[in-house]
Design a protein around this ligand. Structure first.
Ligand SMILES: NC(=O)c1ccc[n+]([C@@H]2O[C@H](COP(=O)([O-])OP(=O)(O)OC[C@H]3O[C@@H](n4cnc5c(N)ncnc54)[C@H](OP(=O)(O)O)[C@@H]3O)[C@@H](O)[C@H]2O)c1
Length: 191
């Protein structure tokens, strides 16, 4: 970055993708792409830009995770795991740099009306509590400007669910998410 004289005030790691379906038949190329984009690129871009922010004593990063981060989700297993990584990584980085003038915010949107679901193969009936991209962006930028974080979850009900999932046994939690995201029972029988 120094050679190219590039400095960034605010890095937003937004690009990400998901893929719905049973893990055993997931496309290997898609699996790799998801890890590369949701995890590897986000980590490397953060690593690349934070040093110049520290040098200048200002700057920040907004990482886009998801409410999928707060519980394992059958049939979206890898996506949810990549987002859990993003939350953990971002909160730790926030802890490292919060006293050095660098802001790190991990924004967790719930379902948002973008092309995400159609690209990921997620049926419309599984899109609960949808928000518009504008609402999520406004919320995220306000949280960033107000020094919120390390994590900001969009939407009151999403925040309640994120907290609630932490308090229930994990077996039960996965049964719930299996019920919400799994195929209809008759579809499971025919497969
Ligand atoms: N929509 C939701 O319900 C929802 C909920 C929670 C979190 N999120 C997260 O929000 C972020 C933005 O997603 P979105 O909802 O805006 O979905 P989207 O409409 O599908 O947009 C995805 C973005 O990622 C970029 N992208 C996809 N594959 C890429 C690749 N291999 N290399 C570089 N860029 C790539 C796309 O660029 P191109 O347009 O050039 O392809 C696009 O800008 C993602 O991290 C997603 O996980 C979304």
């Amino acid at each position: 970055m120094k050679e190219k004289d590039l400095s960034v005030d605010l890095l937003i790691n937004n690009a990400g993708l998901g893929a719905y379906g049973p893990f055993d038949v997931s496309e290997i190329r898609r699996v790799e792409e998801m890890i590369m984009l949701n995890v590897r690129s986000l980590v490397l871009l953060t690593r690349l830009f934070i040093p110049t922010m520290i040098e200048r004593g200002r700057g920040g990063v907004i990482q886009i995770a998801s409410t999928a981060a707060f519980q394992p989700i059958p049939f979206l297993s890898l996506y949810a795991a990549t987002k859990a990584f993003v939350v953990s990584f971002s909160e730790a980085v926030w802890g490292e740099y919060q006293k050095r003038g660098i802001r790190v915010l991990c924004l967790c949107p719930g379902n948002t009306l973008t092309e995400f679901h159609s690209k990921a193969g997620i049926e419309k009936r599984k899109i609960f509590l949808p928000a518009t991209p504008e609402e999520v962006v406004r919320f995220g930028l306000d949280a960033y400007q107000n020094g919120g974080g390390p994590t900001a979850v969009y939407g009151f009900l999403n925040r309640i669910m994120a907290m609630g999932y932490r308090m229930i046994p994990r077996r039960l939690m996965v049964r719930i998410t299996n019920g919400l995201y799994g195929p209809k029972p008759e579809a499971q029988q025919h497969n």
